[in-house]
Design a protein around this ligand. Structure first.
Ligand SMILES: [Zn+2]
Length: 298
């Protein structure tokens, strides 16, 4: 049975799930490393609806061509999480700002040797935020009393030259990263030292900087350690209409699932499937594309 994928998300330290509807009923497909997964793309992208206070509703306009329409995005009201810089409150009302009350962490996350970013998360999402974005390693640098202060620190680091967003396409080929944990820690601590002077313009923010920033690595949660040692090349695929893959999940990192089809290691982005009609019915292992893999051609 084909379903319309609404979301792909982490639910705890070891599990993710697809959330989807058949147009009326909403369902969830929980997954973890070791599970089998079959995916077959059965329909083009259309708005998969919206969720508010835990309740999903279908898109009233059945908008085609994108995973979420303007109406459904507005209904979810997640704008404050992505657009508020901590300083300019013009575009936000009290209800928006109430969503970012309570303690927040400010962190530097590493995706590979050349890609690091600054970010913030609610204290309750300290770990989950890192797992869902696929951070290889994280240095928590500050604990702020609310999301406004946390975003002020984030904004100053961004203005000082740190990225605050990393596209998922930049994270996808990091399954077999050749980077020791020690080196990752050196890079993040180095970045912090390089940029921390940006707070001199707002010295009160320095009070929230940790005396000893906390370093953490995430490979044990993703299962990526086992992948590093495998000689197979990982094939990154973006499934198109009438294409499919089936295999055993060997690792999950951020928005990406790594499947062992018996012949290949195939990486697919779970979040990229939002808005698509997908059939999860179990099929025999393998990757079925309309064209041969590029790697096989060159
Ligand atoms: Zn919609």
């Amino acid at each position: 049975m084909k379903v319309h994928v609404y979301d792909f998300r982490w639910t705890d330290e070891h599990s993710v799930r697809f959330e989807a509807s058949n147009g009326e009923k909403f369902g969830r497909k929980p997954l973890q490393v070791g599970d089998n997964l079959s995916l077959s793309i059965e329909g083009v992208v259309a708005c998969a609806g919206s969720e508010r206070e835990g309740v999903w509703q279908p898109c009233p306009d059945q908008v085609q061509g994108r995973a979420k329409c303007e109406y459904c995005r507005n209904r979810e009201g997640s704008f404050v999480y992505t657009s508020f810089d901590g300083f300019n409150t013009d575009m936000f009302n009290a209800e928006d700002l109430a969503k970012i009350e309570g303690e927040h962490w400010v962190y530097l996350a590493l995706f590979d040797e050349n890609t690091q970013k600054i970010g913030v998360s609610k204290a309750s999402r300290k770990q989950m935020r890192q797992l869902e974005q696929g951070s290889v390693a994280t240095l928590y640098i500050a604990k702020a009393p609310n999301g406004t202060v946390a975003r002020q620190i984030e904004t100053l680091f961004r203005q000082s030259g740190m990225l605050d967003k990393v596209q998922s396409s930049a994270k996808k080929d990091a399954w077999q990263l050749d980077l020791s944990n020690q080196k990752a820690e050196e890079i993040l601590r180095g970045k912090f030292d390089q940029h921390r002077n940006c707070l001199e313009s707002h010295p009160h923010l320095k009070d929230f900087i940790l005396e000893n920033p906390e370093f953490t690595v995430w490979e044990d949660y993703f299962g990526t350690k086992a992948v590093k040692e495998r000689p197979h090349e990982v094939h990154e695929v973006k499934l198109d209409l009438e294409e499919s893959v089936s295999g055993t999940i060997v690792a999950i990192k951020g928005a990406f699932l790594l499947l062992d089809t018996g012949e290949d290691l195939v990486s697919v982005c779970g979040r990229d499937l939002r808005g698509y009609w997908v059939d999860f019915e179990e099929t025999s292992p393998g990757l079925r594309l309309k064209q041969a893999l590029q790697g096989a051609l060159f």
